[in-house]
Design a protein around this ligand. Structure first.
Ligand code: GRG
Length: 299
């Protein structure tokens, strides 16, 4: 199976799992269940669950019984997008080529949809996960020292108290600030995804360590590529508003070090991810190909 066929088949498994396990739209109160299904089932690359699947397969697991906890990663990711699009945060009306959830259902339901998806995710994680390490891994990736912390630092343009310590001293934000934001906002959930795959496949510590290094490199590369795409592609190609980073004066890799240096950093991170994918080994291992896809994607 080439990578395209692999991504397509695993995406279909994730989509089916999401559709079958989200509460039916007719469940009262219907508006929240309609909104949850609207937010989750409206497209998306499904990168995080596919990474968990690929990690579990590389570590020798049969994935069918693990699809529900892996799909939970997509609920978490979607919650972050729904909240990120809210008026108090990015105030965006376009996501995955459609109107954002709060634009369709109103702000209050938008907030509650994110809350409901996050809560649902932990129920799905607990269903097939006897290993509490796996649940803790995911929780710690997205807490205030993880994804939420990264989002807060992103909002205030750096790591210090607002305005960021560096900016207040007239030094401007540093590469350190930026790496903190990207590692927390994006790379930690991606790392937790591959670790979840490894843990549920009962992988040994050597494989888990290589999965962690793979996730950290591929995860940081993912967000640098996201920065580059924001300035290189159109809203139509991305399915979300392009050019927002510059418009909002966001701290990004191309803004701080230039596009060429940002691409070079992506290449270095890709090399590291591919090396670690080789250490993970396994008879079916698409992790190196997925890292290349993450770095070369156009949306
Ligand atoms: C709790 C109020 C409140 C807000 C939370 C945590 C948070 C807001 C936002 C998370 C930060 C965030 C949106 C990071 C961006 C990560 C990223 C690159 C998203 C795009 O992911 P893709 O390309 O999207 O995988 P698709 O649509 O393909 O799933």
């Amino acid at each position: 199976m080439n990578l395209d066929q692999y991504l397509k088949s695993r995406r279909a498994q994730v989509d089916r799992t999401l559709d079958e396990n989200l509460p039916p739209a007719a469940t009262p109160p219907t508006v929240i269940h309609e909104a949850m299904r609207y937010a989750v089932l409206g497209g998306g690359k499904r990168v995080r669950p596919i990474l968990a699947i690929a990690a579990a397969e590389a570590c020798g697991a049969k994935i069918e019984p693990l699809l529900v906890p892996f799909a939970a990663l997509e609920l978490i990711h979607t919650y972050s997008l729904v909240h990120d699009d809210l008026p108090a945060l990015d105030n965006d009306d376009l996501r995955r080529g459609r109107k954002t959830t709060h634009t369709v259902f109103g702000e209050a339901i938008g907030i509650l949809t994110g809350d409901a998806l996050l809560t649902e995710a932990f129920s799905w994680l607990a269903r097939a996960t006897a290993d509490v390490r796996a649940i803790r891994e995911v929780a710690e990736a997205i807490d205030s020292r993880g994804m939420i912390g990264g989002q807060v630092a992103d909002l205030q343009g750096g790591v210090g108290p607002p305005p960021s310590a560096a900016a207040a001293e007239g030094r401007g934000a540093t590469l350190e600030d930026l790496e903190f934001i990207h590692r927390n906002k994006t790379a930690k959930l991606i790392t937790a995804s591959v670790i979840l795959g490894g843990l549920l496949a009962n992988a040994p510590d050597t494989q888990l360590a290589a999965l962690r290094r793979y996730g950290q490199s591929a995860g940081l590369a993912f967000q640098i590529v996201d920065d580059l795409l924001d300035q290189e592609r159109t809203s139509e190609e991305l399915g979300k508003t392009a050019g927002k980073d510059v418009a909002q004066g966001k701290l990004t890799y191309p803004a701080l070090i230039g596009s060429a240096a940002a691409r070079k950093r992506v290449d270095e991170l890709l090399r590291d991810a591919v090396e670690n994918a080789a250490i993970i080994g396994g008879p079916v291992n698409y992790l190196a190909d997925i890292a290349r896809y993450i770095c070369e994607r156009r949306s």
